[in-house]
Design a protein around this ligand. Structure first.
Ligand SMILES: NC(=O)c1ccc[n+]([C@@H]2O[C@H](COP(=O)([O-])OP(=O)(O)OC[C@H]3O[C@@H](n4cnc5c(N)ncnc54)[C@H](OP(=O)(O)O)[C@@H]3O)[C@@H](O)[C@H]2O)c1
Length: 388
């Protein structure tokens, strides 16, 4: 039986890589649904290639544009729109696997719908765990969903743990999250004052969407991953260490109390963790070039610089504070990154906006999904107001 898959955010970087891997295994996978925000042409091209049962655009205008093309082409794909349709394609009874690859907080509700429906969830959207960690993990557990991490670091840790998840961190000293250091690893604070959005999106090792590229440049991406690791592996903040590794060959490591460190290595290509999760527990080919260690040469490791990259420290601070702090951090970060991409603020202003929002709202409690949505909205409104 072929596995039926929904890809949320199929037109993005992770979505396209997922389709690339799936296209290599037509005997294993069948696309149930695809989705996009505004990329009508890209989603239509994917519909032509993969003939999904459903295609969902975020808004009605996009859906109308897509529907016209689908009808003209004689496809049987049903076109829908809106969050409730995204939730529907994530939880449809016939779906086995959901790739959660929408960027930002917008991906949370459909990912949660997949968890509540007990799906196998391939989680790329780290913002879901940062925003609603406990709520999401409870939904996974209570509904027997299977959660497989797509972030290369968490996928590497998953592969380096004896049974996938170290539910109690027994025998483990620390999780070592590797970080490339991003495009500005060597830049001084003075130089960072003048960098542009295009500079920030020019990652040395990875090709990614613009939001996560800026997050990598500020190292907030690593901070969000620290919070993600906390929820996935039940690790405290002081059991998670960030190690800068500019070659991006080791994707992360687990350090055990007997002195062993187990690492996962590979070329920096997201198709490896995607194929791992799609095939799990089997291994399937991904199209990624094998890693030739003799050509790779020396691997380097450094401590992260918290003074040039204050976002990393803010994420640790939010994780330790708990309550609404990670939700507030995530929301303020999304506003700050979008404002930087629109050239309304400088790169070096991103952390200040997040810190100010955390100071204002980070100490609020958070016990439910309603609380999370409320705090997300309040943090966005507060951050926006600081900009005007
Ligand atoms: N890229 C990577 O290598 C990588 C690695 C690890 C983790 N991740 C995580 O994976 C997620 C996706 O990253 P990405 O780089 O693939 O992002 P991306 O290239 O920007 O793609 C995002 C996808 O989500 C859709 N989308 C955007 N805003 C939306 C909204 N408000 N509602 C519904 N759909 C929306 C986009 O549609 P349009 O095309 O129409 O805009 C696109 O399909 C992020 O959470 C990121 O942190 C990415």
């Amino acid at each position: 039986m072929r596995k039926k898959i929904t890809i949320l955010g199929s037109t993005g970087s992770i979505g396209q890589s997922t389709l690339d891997v799936i296209a290599r295994h037509p005997e294993r996978f069948d696309i149930h649904a695809l989705s996009a925000n505004t990329s009508v042409d890209a989603l239509f091209a994917q519909c032509m290639a993969f003939r999904p049962r459903h295609a969902v655009m975020l808004d009605e205008y996009g859906a109308e544009m897509l529907k016209r093309k689908v009808v003209e082409a004689g496809l049987e794909t049903e076109v829908g729109c809106g969050i409730s349709e995204l939730e529907a394609i994530a939880s449809a009874p016939e779906v086995d696997t959901v790739m959660a690859a929408i960027v930002g907080a917008a991906g949370m509700r459909p990912a949660l719908a997949a968890a509540k429906a007990g799906k196998r969830i391939l989680l790329a959207n780290k913002e879901t765990l940062v925003m609603t960690g406990r709520i999401f993990m409870d939904a996974v557990r209570e509904n027997n969903a299977v959660l497989l991490p797509i972030d290369s670091e968490h996928n590497a840790i998953f592969q380096s743990l004896p049974a996938g998840y170290g539910r109690d961190m027994k025998g483990i000293r620390s999780l070592l999250l590797t970080a490339s250091g991003g495009p500005f690893r060597k830049r001084s604070i003075e130089e960072l004052e003048h960098v542009t959005p295009d500079d920030a999106c020019r990652h040395p090792n990875w090709v990614m969407g613009r939001k996560i590229s800026v997050d990598s440049a500020t190292m907030m991406n690593k901070g969000l991953e620290v919070i993600e690791a906390h929820w996935l592996f039940n690790a405290d903040a002081d059991q998670i260490r960030v190690v800068v590794h500019p070659e991006s060959i080791i994707h992360s490591m687990v350090e055990y109390i007997d002195g062993s460190i187990i690492a996962q290595l590979g070329n920096p290509d997201m198709r490896t963790p995607i194929a791992h999760a799609l095939g799990f527990p089997e291994r399937i080919s991904s199209g990624v070039m094998p890693l030739d260690l003799c050509r790779t040469g020396a691997l380097h490791f450094e401590e992260p610089d918290f003074s040039r990259f204050p976002c990393l420290g803010l994420a640790f601070q939010a994780l330790k504070a708990g309550g609404a702090a990670p939700t507030v951090l995530n929301a303020a970060n999304e506003i700050a990154v979008q404002s930087f991409l629109e050239e309304k603020i400088r790169f070096v202003d991103i952390s200040g906006l997040i810190e100010g929002t955390l100071d204002e709202l980070g100490s609020n409690p958070m016990n439910s999904l309603e609380d999370a949505l409320k705090m997300d909205g309040m943090a966005r409104a507060f951050a926006e107001r600081q900009l005007s």
